[in-house]
Ligand binder design. Structure first.
Ligand code: PEP
Ligand code: MG
Length: 820
């Protein structure tokens, strides 16, 4: 039994929230669940996390690191019929104190989640004078008929989970993805709780630990197939590798000198190296206000929710693309994973049920996501807490669209500061201008948190998990943030400042040296030259590419001109954009890739059929050949602008000779129409068929550019957007390297040159291997230009060829990566 009736006090009173926490803590002490010190931990938790679930229920609990103050897992309830203000405007009547050594308290949490969706039930529990009634309800003993745990389906199997973290977010997401492939209804049971296998929330709420035996059952025409697929996946471990370890391996080695500080420090965990000295600002989010009562009838409120869901998905897909462009697939996958929550059947069902009871769409959504997120974070598991943060982030994004008003929405920093925050969500960081953030320090989060990943990709020093005290610092205080040592020096001495400044300057000198050298060509130690150019999507990026030392543009992703608007850009707009880029490049060459829409890049105003496999569907050149009007307009703009500088045209996604010849024929017609001069034509090599036919294609074009992102996706049959499989899609896999070698051999035989513009061109090791394979031009993201050039300068072509030869001989991507 999780809680004794003596741990429930009905008819209690509390002066304020702190008093309520002290009283519920005292109940836990009295029942022998915790040491008195754990009550302070419950208070501290409140500083960094909101434990108010909604419907008058809050669940104070301590910080994970104080778990050793828990003697025995247990729950206590303080019933406050008159209520106490938990947060502004939020009154708690049932204060459920939780002391959880492991996950036994999940049953209570999931029962709470049930109560959460039922305002009448919550009100009844808030006023009953029978402690037994509360105990029974929270033990799951009194489910109303509609909430009864459903029976298992006839077909099914039992499985004992053996992974160390149980069925945590990653394997659960993988299981949901598999279940969704089938039409069958699939149910997973853990004891007396059952959940929909297509709902991530539903699965996580089951609290499946290591050693738990679950029953998976299904019904429907493809039930047997679904069960077989799920059983195989469970037996194979469902992608369950240690996430923390995998990410921690990517933490870069510090470049800063080590400093011993004399002043008062707060120690956290190093998340991104480097030192920053500056004044602090605490990041606060605005308060989103939603009225509980519906403004309109039920169907109109349901419709408001639908349209907010659609808009949030659009926003996330734009963020995904921006992040993909700036920081690569792994970081962008965060937004892809967030989208899953917006499709979660359990969340949607709960929100819709509240709307059906006459509540507003905003309030219903808020109750639903806050309740589920609080239940996830209370599981005291680092991975699940991260999912809770994601859920709150996406929940808030949608809620803003349904809000009656947003109060005190914070101004984002517009001068350089060190930012303090509880934790930053993906959306928070996407909205920050990195040039104003000298450093980041968060109270919670870990080295694998989103904040840490983003800080590393932007090269901003960061410390995470520094504890709630950082949030009581006054804005404007001067501190030293030492990301390498994982400390925030809150009262630096003069000596500390002097040392930190010296370490900072040393780091800066290195950055400046790199920066100065970025304008020099990338010449290897034996005199061979590799061109390093940029991948861009806009006029601003053309300017930044030149400033960063790019020797031109190797890939203009023209589709970015088509996104985030309501109609397609006119010929004049496209011409203006191309001309402005040529002006910014001031004589440097630019490869303009024709429209590559489709796959993950969806344009709402171009009606395209929903596809089962969009990456294998009407994408890139296939769309252009179907929509010749679009293609011709774009070609007219590019060819007209070609009089202003060295522009080359490149076609994406060429799979067959017919496609290439058709595209070339249209281009030639348009060229004659606009009276443009001859222009170099190239094609992307990103589909294995193009590699196999490279000798023939090489006779038809002036150059190849290898799109290693797609080539890897199609060679390894791994969806490049797949959140779980993204790690498998390594462009350094020997199969991809062998395809590249074959492409270069075909190009050499025909006397044309080869570039590469996928992600591995911007990876210093990838850059050397590609050079050794005979790729002459590396087109990389703007922030990678200086590092790639610097790396190329450290080796000779002989060394690069030797490394490439050894890489080609490998049989695994990990063996290739282990070569250096
Ligand atoms: C690629 O596929 O490697 C590439 C550079 O193109 P995109 O990422 O735009 O598909
Ligand atoms: Mg591509």
């Amino acid at each position: 039994m999780l809680f004794k009736e003596s741990a429930i006090e009905v008819g209690a009173q509390a002066e304020n929230k702190a008093d309520a926490i002290r009283k519920v803590g005292a109940l836990l002490v009295k029942s022998g669940n915790i040491e008195p010190g754990y009550v302070d931990s419950m208070m501290a938790r409140e500083e960094v996390a909101n434990t108010f679930l909604g419907n008058g229920i809050s669940i104070p609990h301590g910080i994970p690191k104080d778990r050793d103050l828990i003697k025995q897992t247990g729950v206590a309830v303080l019933q406050l019929p008159q209520g106490v203000e938990w947060n502004e405007g939020e009154i708690a009547h049932l204060v459920v104190g939780i002391a959880a050594k492991s996950d036994e308290h999940l049953t209570v949490l999931s029962n709470l989640t049930d109560v959460l969706g039922d305002a009448d039930e919550a009100a009844r529990l808030a006023t009953t004078d029978d402690a037994g009634e509360i105990a029974q309800r929270l033990s799951g003993g009194q489910l109303s008929p509609s909430e009864e745990t459903p029976e298992d389906y006839d077909e099914g199997f039992d499985f004992t989970v053996t992974s160390p973290h149980g069925l945590h977010a990653r394997p659960a997401t993988a299981l949901v993805d598999i279940a969704k492939v089938f039409d069958a209804n699939v149910r997973v049971r853990n004891g007396n709780k059952a959940g929909d296998a297509k709902s991530l929330i539903g699965l996580l709420k089951l609290g499946i630990d290591n050693g738990t035996t679950i029953r998976v059952s299904a019904e429907g025409t493809d039930a047997i197939k679904a069960l077989a697929a799920i059983q195989t996946a469970l037996e194979e471990g469902l992608e369950d590798e240690d996430e923390a370890q995998a990410e921690a391996a990517n933490v870069p080695i510090s470049r800063a000198n080590k400093v011993q500080y004399e002043g008062q420090t707060i120690t956290g965990i190093s998340a991104s190296p480097g030192i920053a000295i500056g004044s602090v600002t605490t990041f606060r989010r605005g308060r989103i206000v939603v009225e509980e009562k519906a403004h309109q009838d039920v169907s109109a409120e349901q419709e408001r929710l639908n349209s907010a869901l659609a808009s949030s998905k659009d926003e996330l897909s734009t963020l995904y693309r921006d992040m993909l462009n700036k920081s690569g697939a792994a970081k962008a996958a965060i937004f892809k994973a967030q989208t899953e929550f917006l499709d979660d059947p359990e969340m949607l069902r709960d929100a819709r049920a509240l709307i059906a009871k006459g509540h507003s769409a905003g309030w219903s959504w808020q109750q639903t996501y806050e309740g589920h997120a609080a239940a996830l974070s209370a599981m005291q598991d680092e991975i699940l807490s991260a999912r809770a943060l994601d859920l709150r982030d996406v929940g808030r994004r949608l809620l803003k669209l349904l809000a009656d008003k947003v109060e005190d929405d914070p101004e984002l920093p517009d001068s350089p500061i060190i930012l303090l925050a509880d934790d930053l969500t993906p959306s928070d960081t996407a909205g920050l201008d990195p040039k104003f953030v000298l450093g980041l320090c968060t109270a919670s989060g870990g080295p694998t948190s989103h904040t840490a990943i983003i800080a590393r990709s932007l090269d901003i020093p960061a410390v995470v998990s520094a504890g709630p005290n950082i949030l009581s610092m006054s804005d404007g205080a001067t501190v030293i943030l030492d990301g390498s040592a994982g400390v925030l020096v809150i009262q630096p001495t003069r000596n500390d400042n002097a040392q930190a400044e010296e370490a900072f300057k040393a780091h800066q000198r290195q950055v400046i040296a790199d920066r100065l050298a970025c304008y020099q060509p990338a010449i290897m130690t034996d005199g061979e030259r590799i061109e390093v150019v940029a991948n861009i999507g806009s006029v601003d990026e053309a300017k930044s590419a030149v400033e960063a030392g790019g020797e031109g543009v190797g890939l203009l992703r023209t589709e970015f001109q088509f996104l985030q608007r309501d109609t397609e850009p006119s010929e004049a707009e496209q011409y203006e954009a191309c001309s402005a880029m040529m002006k910014a490049l001031n004589g440097l060459p630019m490869i303009v890739r024709t429209l590559d829409i489709g796959g993950d890049k969806d344009v709402p105003y171009l009606p395209m059929p929903q596809e089962m496999n969009p990456f294998l569907g009407v994408r890139g050149i296939r769309l252009c050949l179907q929509r010749e009007d679009l293609f011709r307009t774009q070609l007219r703009a590019i060819l007209r602008a070609s009089s202003q500088g060295p522009i080359r045209i490149m076609y994406p996604m060429i799979a067959t000779m017919e496609e290439l010849l058709a595209a070339k024929a249209i281009t030639e017609e348009v060229r004659l129409e606009v009276g443009a001069g001859p222009i170099e034509i190239g094609m992307m090599i990103e589909i294995p068929s193009a590699v196999m036919m490279a000798e023939d294609f090489a006779k038809e074009v002036d150059f190849f550019s290898i799109g290693t992102n797609d080539l890897t996706q199609y060679a390894l049959a791994v969806d490049r957007m797949h959140p779980q499989l993204a790690k498998m899609a390594d462009g350094l896999h020997p199969s991809v390297l062998r395809l590249i070698r074959k492409t270069v051999e075909a190009a050499d035989a025909a006397g044309i040159w080869v570039g590469a513009c996928g992600g591995i061109a911007g990876d210093p090791m990838g850059a050397v291997i590609l050079s050794g394979l005979g790729v002459r031009e590396l087109s990389v993201s703007i922030p990678a230009i200086a590092a790639v050039k610097a790396k190329v300068r450290t080796v000779s072509m002989d060394e690069a060829r030797d490394l490439a030869a050894r890489a080609l001989a490998c049989t695994k991507a990990s063996d290739v990566r282990a070569l250096v």
